[in-house]
Ligand binder design. Structure first.
Ligand code: DQA
Length: 143
C-alpha cells in the first residue's frame, strides 16, 4: 500500500476537549500529524466529517483506487450505520476499522459494530496507537 486514507467520523473533531478520560488529551490534528511523521514513505490523506453522507461519499471516491488502504473511525456510526456498512461492502479498497477506546469494555450498545463484518480488520482500545497499528498493517499488506 502506498496511499492511506484516514476517515474520522462524528465528534472526533473535538478530540482533546471531548471526554479526555476516555479519548485522551491530544487533538485530532496532533494525532494525524504524528502519524504522518511515523510513516514518511506513505502518502496519508486525512478527512473528518460529522456527516454520514460525507463519509459515504469519500468511501466511494477512494473505494476503487489502486494501492490504497482506508482507515476508518466511524465514531458512533459504527453502531448504527447500515449505510456505511453497505458502502464498505460495495467498494474494493480494504477498510480497517479503528477505535481509540475499547468498545467492548464500554456500554453494551457499543459492543456491536455494524461495520466490523465488512472490514478487513479492526483495532480497538489502543488510543492513537489504534491508527498506528492499522496503518502498519496496510504498510505490510501484500509485501
Ligand atoms: C469511538 C467509539 C465509539 O463508540 C464512539 O461513539 C466514538 C469514538 C472510539 O474511537 O473509541 O465516537 O469510535
Amino acid at each position: 500500500m502506498k496511499k492511506i486514507i484516514i476517515i474520522n467520523g462524528p465528534n472526533l473533531n473535538l478530540l482533546g476537549k471531548r471526554e479526555p478520560e476516555i479519548y485522551g488529551k491530544e487533538t485530532l490534528q496532533d494525532i494525524m500529524a504524528e502519524l504522518g511523521e511515523c510513516f514518511p514513505s506513505l502518502d496519508i490523506f486525512h478527512f473528518q466529517s460529522n456527516s454520514e453522507g460525507a463519509i459515504i461519499d469519500l468511501l466511494h471516491e477512494y473505494g476503487f483506487a489502486a494501492n490504497t488502504g482506508i482507515v476508518l473511525n466511524a465514531g458512533a456510526y459504527t453502531h448504527t450505520s447500515l449505510a456505511i456498512a453497505d458502502a464498505i461492502s460495495a467498494i474494493e479498497t480494504p477498510v480497517v476499522e479503528v477505535h481509540l477506546s475499547n468498545i467492548f469494555a464500554r456500554e453494551e450498545i457499543r459492543h456491536k459494530s455494524l461495520i466490523a463484518p465488512v472490514c478487513a480488520g479492526s483495532v480497538s482500545g489502543f488510543g492513537k496507537m489504534s491508527y498506528y497499528l492499522a496503518i502498519k498493517a496496510f504498510e505490510q499488506w501484500h509485501k
